[in-house]
Write a protein that binds this ligand. Structure first.
Ligand SMILES: Nc1ncnc2c1ncn2[C@@H]1O[C@H](COP(=O)(O)OP(=O)(O)OP(=O)(O)O)[C@@H](O)[C@H]1O
Ligand SMILES: [Mg+2]
Length: 256
């Protein structure tokens, strides 16, 4: 399989804080890959480096075999790399439809853009219903759907998402993740999914990496990660196979 993204030995600092330490990862054609990590593990820093929003202090990132150093995020979008940032960031005063069209800013094929807007409404019927409303009035879940659909409007080869589950009810997360997997299967877009919600992320990913304090501590097939004792205890909150473990872990995380 063609390698689309290859990060090698990436290091990132914020002043004295070493946020990433020697991170290497691969994303291949048509894969769904999860990057799991708790608060502050370095997930957002890593995604921002992979889409050229931030320069690494050390190491390199290649997209389609070419070093992205010196590239702008816009240029990478043109080359097929789309990014849904943490916190969604839809354009609040544009309508849903205008947000989608804005996502196609790298394209000139108007008829195909209109067809893709329709395709997005097919994936996300709630967006069709609200197509003329300002994005600002959408619920959190609808805004997340819009952010994803808008990114897909550039027809990317790679879609990167920063914690799309944040603040959403579990049933909605499940729905959105199931759709991501379907879009991956139907269009072949590769997905890099950065998440704290390990359970849901691993349920749709082929492979995963576990990031702890800026370091990749595990990387494996999803089923193997989901069965790994350390992952089960730290990220799935499963100690005694009970839901109580999960709740305990969630509470712990909130307090960190
Ligand atoms: N702009 C910044 N200035 C200083 N330190 C930062 C900055 N951004 C992040 N950090 C630090 O770098 C580390 C990694 O942060 P990052 O935001 O990448 O983690 P994260 O895994 O995305 O966390 P979260 O789950 O909270 O989104 C943390 O220790 C964080 O405090
Ligand atoms: Mg983050």
């Amino acid at each position: 399989m063609t390698v689309l993204i290859e990060a090698q030995n990436v290091e990132a600092r914020y002043g004295p804080v070493l946020a990433l330490r020697g991170v290497s990862l691969l994303l291949r054609e048509a894969e769904v890959v999860a990057v799991l990590g708790a608060n502050g593990a370095g997930k957002t820093t890593l995604l921002r480096i992979l889409c050229a929003a931030l320069d690494p202090d050390q190491g390199s990132v290649k997209f389609l075999g070419r070093d992205i150093a010196g590239s702008s995020p816009d240029r990478l979008v043109r080359q097929g790399l789309a990014h849904v940032p943490e916190g969604r960031e839809v354009f609040p005063l544009l309508s849903v439809r205008e947000n989608l069209i804005a996502g196609a800013f790298v394209r000139r094929d108007r008829a195909a853009i209109a067809a893709d807007v329709d395709r997005m409404y097919g994936y996300f019927p709630a967006l069709r219903e609200r197509r003329d409303r300002h994005a600002a009035v959408l619920s959190g879940g609808e805004q997340q759907m819009l952010a994803i659909a808008r990114a897909l409007m550039s027809r990317p080869r790679v879609l990167m998402l920063d914690e799309p589950s944040l603040g959403l009810a579990p049933a909605l997360v499940k729905e959105i993740f199931t759709l991501l997997r379907r879009i991956n299967r139907e269009s072949g877009v590769s997905i890099l999914l950065v998440e704290q919600n390990a359970h849901q992320a691993l349920s749709i990913a082929d492979r995963g990496y576990v990031l702890e304090l800026g370091r990749i501590v595990l990387d494996d097939w999803s089923e193997r990660l989901a069965a790994n004792d350390d992952v089960r205890e730290s990220y799935l909150g499963i100690r005694d196979k009970g839901l109580r473990g999960e709740r305990r872990w969630r509470r712990k995380k909130r307090w960190r």
